[in-house]
Design a protein around this ligand. Structure first.
Ligand code: 6PG
Length: 249
């Protein structure tokens, strides 16, 4: 593992996806202990896609399943595909099957995005209201937000050239993604940037060109939406593997 420390973010380069999964699980556990000891709860927004799966599987193992204060951990999502929660493409389903169904977490601690609602604006509004009620604030302040990044530089469901990139007055918003011919519900960059800690999990050679542009390229969030992630006062950690880091000087 090697670190590249920058003024506003840290890059931690792991040898491979397995080391990345172990390190992300360790960071989750560390923050869970800190926040539940300090404020009695830990609020985390999960990312979707495939990269977090190995981390979820590690957190479901006996060591973490027995040790972590699951009753004080509250789960949310950064984005969701507009499918039912039992659909193979559901981010909720992936997290449920690999982690949440395997640890002693109360059902009332899990706040999934009601993305199966065909009225996508209503789904986003309901989720936003759920967050406002839970945090008892106008905007949520997650203790930790996990994010992934696609080969096109998207994060959550903030895709290049899409409407959600311009949504600055709301917590969550529906977003039509032309290339998938489908709708997503996503937290906006403003809502993500209010988090206390943000961790990007990025693995694989196919992500290297976009990662170089996002981190060292000219500012162009319309083309590389991951550049919108700049926490207002929290920490930003890029947890990446060597292949993904291969074009970073
Ligand atoms: C989703 C995600 C998305 C994901 C990236 C990376 O719903 O798909 O939230 O932003 O994190 O597409 O996906 P992989 O981890 O599968 O590469």
């Amino acid at each position: 593992m090697r670190t590249l420390q920058q003024s506003t973010y840290e890059i931690l380069i792991c040898a491979d996806p397995a080391e990345l999964a172990r390190e992300s699980a360790r960071r989750f556990a560390e923050l869970a202990e800190v926040f539940t000891n300090d404020v009695g709860r830990f609020t985390v927004a999960l990312s979707g896609g495939s990269t977090p799966k190995a981390m979820f599987q590690i957190l479901a193992e006996k060591h973490f399943a027995d040790a972590l204060p699951w009753r004080s951990i509250y789960f949310f999502w950064g984005d969701e595909r507009c499918v039912p929660p039992d659909h193979p493409d559901s981010n909720y389903r992936m997290a449920w099957e690999t982690l949440l169904s395997k640890v002693p977490i109360p059902a009332e601690n899990i706040f999934r995005i009601p993305a199966e609602d065909e009225d996508h604006h209503r789904a986003a509004a309901v989720y936003s209201e759920t967050l406002q009620n839970f945090f008892a604030e106008e905007w949520p302040h997650f203790d930790l937000v996990f994010l992934g990044m696609g080969p096109d530089g998207h994060t959550a469901s903030l895709f290049p050239g899409t409407e959600a990139l311009k949504a600055h007055d709301r917590i969550a918003t529906p977003n039509y993604v032309e290339k998938f011919q489908s709708w997503r519900i996503t937290l906006t960059a403003d809502a993500i940037n209010k988090a206390r800690n943000i961790i990007f999990l990025v693995a694989g050679q196919d992500k290297a060109p976009a990662l170089r542009e996002v981190i060292t390229g000219p500012r162009n969030p319309e083309l590389y939406p991951s550049q919108l992630i700049e926490p207002y006062y929290g920490t930003l950690l890029w947890l990446i593997d060597e292949p993904a880091a291969s074009l970073l000087s």
